[in-house]
Design a protein around this ligand. Structure first.
Ligand code: ATP
Ligand code: ZN
Length: 283
């Protein structure tokens, strides 16, 4: 049985549970419990505060955990980042009042910066030879300058609207973060095997999300050109159409290259292009 810690409620909760579900792992009951087990995968799920997850994974109370990379780095526990998960993306940034004339890191010298991320911030200040002072607080960091508690803040940002409404502007980004799967360093062979199975499924889910299934019709004279655009997983599938001289081509295309590929396909006389989502992809 592998024990996984996920956030009890908050920004990570939904996507964490959704990922397990997409991996075909059914959970027995909702999040109102402290823990639950899966009926079809050897997994026990603990619902915890995200800040506690690195410690629990380090102690072995949980074997693995899903947590923001920001929390993982801040807590400085000796655990392994196994895989980035691609959700809950945000950045840890320094912000100052809008009226502050900011040009470079040197402008932070002698300022007082409020944050809940004192370890990560200290690393940044040290690397930049800054003597700014860190004022560690536990929440509502964004109001600190407004109430005279600090000159600047260092906090998580996604859209920037919270900064804006508090009269602040972002001046330095010190970390790009997303949810990650982290693991205890001394997993037994049995637990490692289960983790490998879980990772195999996560990879299949993520690969599917990053790719689309594409079907199109093209004149046979253009097939060679089209194959260069659609290498597929091994090679594209080609089926003759009832109309002589034409074929249907089926392949997989990466999300990032998608629109560019479609444009070029049209130049190669492709018609009737259909694009479908892929549920799982084993590469
Ligand atoms: P808990 O009660 O579990 O301690 P919390 O209030 O510390 O919850 P949340 O606000 O739910 O935590 O954020 C959890 C994680 O979501 C953050 O550590 C970060 O990795 C990620 N995140 C993504 N976008 C944002 C954002 N705009 N603000 C804060 N966190 C964000
Ligand atoms: Zn938290």
């Amino acid at each position: 049985m592998l024990k996984i810690a996920v956030q009890k409620s908050g920004r990570l909760y939904e996507d964490s549970v959704k990922l397990l579900k997409e991996c075909g792992i059914e959970l027995n009951n909702g999040n109102k419990q402290l823990k639950t087990t899966s009926c079809n995968f050897p997994l026990e799920v603990f619902f915890l505060r995200d800040d506690d997850i690195p410690q629990y994974v380090f102690d072995g109370v949980a074997d693995v955990g899903i947590v923001g990379e920001n929390v993982l780095l801040e807590k400085q526990k000796d655990i392994t980042l196994v895989r980035k998960l691609g959700f809950s993306k945000c950045r840890l940034s320094i912000a100052v009042p809008k009226s502050f004339e900011y040009n470079s890191v040197q402008d932070l010298n002698n300022l007082k910066i409020a944050t809940t991320y004192s370890n990560i911030l200290q690393g940044f200040l040290t690397r930049n030879n800054s003597n700014a002072e860190i004022h560690e607080i536990s929440g509502s960091v964004e109001i600190a300058p407004g109430i005279g508690l600090a000159d600047a803040i260092c906090d998580l940002v996604s859209s920037g609207s919270t900064l804006f409404t508090n009269g602040l502007k972002e001046v330095e980004t010190i970390l790009y973060s997303e949810a990650v799967l982290a693991a205890n360093k001394n997993l037994s062979a049995g637990k490692q095997t289960i983790l490998d199975k879980l990772l195999f499924r996560i990879n299949a889910v993520k690969a599917a999300k990053n790719n689309k299934y594409i079907m199109l019709n093209a004149p046979n004279s253009q097939l060679k050109n089209i194959f260069t655009l659609l290498p597929g997983m091994k090679s594209p599938t080609v089926v003759p159409l009832a109309e002589e001289g034409w074929s249907s081509v089926q392949s997989v295309v990466n999300e990032n290259e998608f629109w560019e590929v479609i444009e070029k396909l049209k130049q190669f006389e492709a018609e009737g292009i259909i694009v479908l989502p892929i549920e799982k992809m084993i590469v």
